[in-house]
Design a protein around this ligand. Structure first.
Ligand code: G6P
Length: 598
């Protein structure tokens, strides 16, 4: 989703900003812009385009060099994907430019007021409203700092803005909701949406909280509380650099690299000592195990929402904990149910998903304690959690999430089994799975899965059935494929088949069944038999072949972690089918990696 990258230092700012925007590309965007302040001529040079940044070079964009500027990647919300709607936006007198990450929820009323005062609008964006509002505030404010502050306080919604002034070597950024971090490099400062965007320059960061303003002016960086207008102390923290590589490392796409990396990332996610797990284990045992009234909720969105479901399943199934999965964007009916006895486990790769943050805020208001399993260091969800855990998968760049899901669920299995004293067993299960994955990927040319992808690529409707431990895998497996093949894939509980889904089965309709050697095997086979009897094309994702399968995909042995192992064939099918269809696996249409707006 939208990304912000501001730079001030010694280097060519345009070059640094383009590099930074490329490192933000993974978040998903449809247009971009770079603005450079030429301090000698006191002018801001602005370039904005739809599409990808590609191999653009700074010299081609700007004929001057400057060491200060801002850039933005836009994921359209208000107004179509056009050069004009791309950010940053000039003020009328071109004395400053502004870019936003978020949504101004009251933009319509602000816009009508500004129009009645004579302001003209060039774009269809909500962001231009902020620009005009700052201009209006400048009429009475003593300086740009005060005008931006006053304007910001009039906005509703989650929005983070960055402003570049044409003189004074001056950048202002204010955060509310959408993420903002400051990178402190060697005689340079970067103000950006995430730490990954400047991980090649520095690991020293200042985390900016909501309603805080960063001001860089003439070489000095200050932090302010926007509401109080008071200067704040800054704290520089050092992040673990090893987590921030963003190279394809010889793979054709980030997606396949990240799928293959699961052979060790799954195991990384469970590298917690009992001492580190104990605070959360103790809380759940005390409040939610036998006798306790507290509930455990798990919450997330998209793939992380499915990981949350799987974690709740593990907690119920293995640890008899009364755990309920919630969708971050469907919380309304739960708002009044949270109590201080409850624990909410938030699951997120980015740690910045607006829906998930809002869900946490609801729960926090009621005194519920928050635990989280997040992949991005320094992210918002981590900061607002009482019990913080990292999935330690390294940067996940491909929009479709793979290694984050398996890491989050592996951590969930560790949590569930540790609650019943099976910490060592949990670690062994995950380690064994990791080793099985190592052998699975070793020298594998994926010919079976490639054949299936080729065979099915022209079909439009697909179904995936799962039951018990494999129910979530059916949902996440289907999501993965629809995200990058743009085909209609639906995951269902096998039990749903007879209650409606079977009406959709026609001659040749592909239906996947995910089958473990567990108590649900017989039901799963019956479901596939019913599909086959109606002419459907059955694909068994299982340990061994069966006469009921028209196509067989052998799965990786996972034991208690079977549901985690079983997602991997679907990741591979989606990747190879996307390639067959000519789609970009890393950057699927319309999707954003980090969904920082509602
Ligand atoms: C978007 C992404 C998904 C991701 C979801 C939640 O929809 O496209 O891949 O699962 O956001 O993101 P999070 O960062 O909270 O895991």
């Amino acid at each position: 989703m939208c990304g912000i990258f501001g730079y001030a230092g010694r280097d060519n700012a345009a070059e640094r900003i383009i590099n930074g925007l490329k490192r933000l590309e993974y978040r998903g965007y449809d247009s971009w812009g770079v603005a450079i302040a030429d301090l000698d001529s006191e002018q801001i040079n602005l370039v904005k385009h739809t599409g990808k940044i590609g191999e653009v070079s700074s010299e081609k964009l700007f004929d001057t060099t400057s060491t200060i500027g801002i850039g933005h990647t836009r994921w359209a919300t208000h107004g179509g994907v056009t050069d004009t709607n791309a950010h940053p936006h000039y003020s009328t007198d071109k004395s400053f430019v502004l870019a936003q990450n978020g949504i101004v929820e009251n933009y319509q009323e602000l816009k009508s007021e500004l129009i009645s005062k004579g302001y003209e609008f060039i774009s269809q964006t909500d962001t231009e409203v902020i620009v005009r509002l700052v201009e209006e505030e400048l009429k009475t404010a003593q300086d740009l700092h005060e005008a931006v502050r006053q304007a910001f306080l009039k906005l509703t919604g989650r929005n983070t803005i960055i402003v570049l002034e044409k003189k004074n070597s001056h950048i202002i950024a204010v955060r509310n909701g959408s993420p903002l971090v400051i990178g402190i490099g060697n005689e340079e400062i970067i103000i950006a949406s995430d730490t990954l965007s400047f991980a090649d320059r520095t690991n020293k960061v200042i985390l900016v909280e909501n309603y805080q303003m960063v001001e860089y002016k003439n070489g000095e960086t200050k932090l302010f509380d926007v509401k109080e207008n008071a200067e704040l102390k800054t704290e520089i923290i050092e992040l673990d650099q090893a987590d921030t590589k963003v190279e394809k490392e010889g793979f054709d796409h980030f997606m396949i690299k990240e799928i293959v990396e699961q052979r060790y990332t799954i195991n990384e996610a469970v590298q917690y000592t009992l001492d580190e797990l104990n605070p959360l284990l103790g809380r759940i045992k005390e409040k939610s195990s036998k006798g306790g009234q507290g509930k455990v909720y798990t919450v997330g969105a998209g793939t992380a929402g499915f990981a949350a479901m799987q974690i709740a399943f593990f907690l119920r199934k293995h640890a008899n904990v009364n755990a309920t999965e919630l969708k971050a964007y469907e919380m309304e009916s739960y708002k009044n149910l949270f109590t201080p006895e409850d624990t909410l486990i938030a699951v997120s790769q980015s740690g910045e998903t607006a829906d998930t943050i809002e869900a946490i805020e609801f729960a926090k208001e009621k005194g519920t304690k928050i635990a989280s399993i997040v992949n991005m260091l320094g992210s918002t969800i981590t900061r607002i959690s009482d019990y913080k855990y990292f999935s330690r998968s390294g940067a996940e760049i491909c929009v479709a999430s793979t290694k984050a899901f398996t890491a989050q669920t592996a951590w969930g299995l560790l949590l569930a089994l540790s609650l019943i004293g099976k910490y060592e067993e949990a670690k062994k299960v995950v380690k064994d799975l990791s080793q099985n994955l190592e052998s699975f990927f070793e020298g594998n040319d994926f010919s079976n899965i490639k054949n299936l992808a080729k065979k099915l690529k022209d079909q439009e409707h697909f179904f995936v059935l799962g039951k018990g431990q494999n129910f979530v895998a059916s949902l996440e497996g289907a999501l993965k494929i629809k995200e990058i093949t743009y085909k209609h894939f639906e995951g269902f509980a096998a039990g749903e088949l007879k209650h409606g889904v079977i009406a959709l089965i026609d001659q040749g309709t592909p239906v996947f069944g995910i089958i473990s050697n567990d108590e649900n095997k017989a039901d799963m086979l019956s479901a596939l038999a019913e599909v086959k009897a109606r002419g459907g094309f059955t694909i068994g994702v299982a340990k061994e072949n069966n006469e009921l399968f028209d196509f067989f995909i052998e799965t990786i042995e996972g034991h208690e972690a079977d549901s985690i192992a079983n997602i991997i064939p679907f990741q591979l099918i989606s990747y190879f089918m996307a390639l067959q269809l000519g789609n970009s696996p890393d950057k699927p249409r319309n999707l954003a990696k980090s969904v920082t707006v509602k």
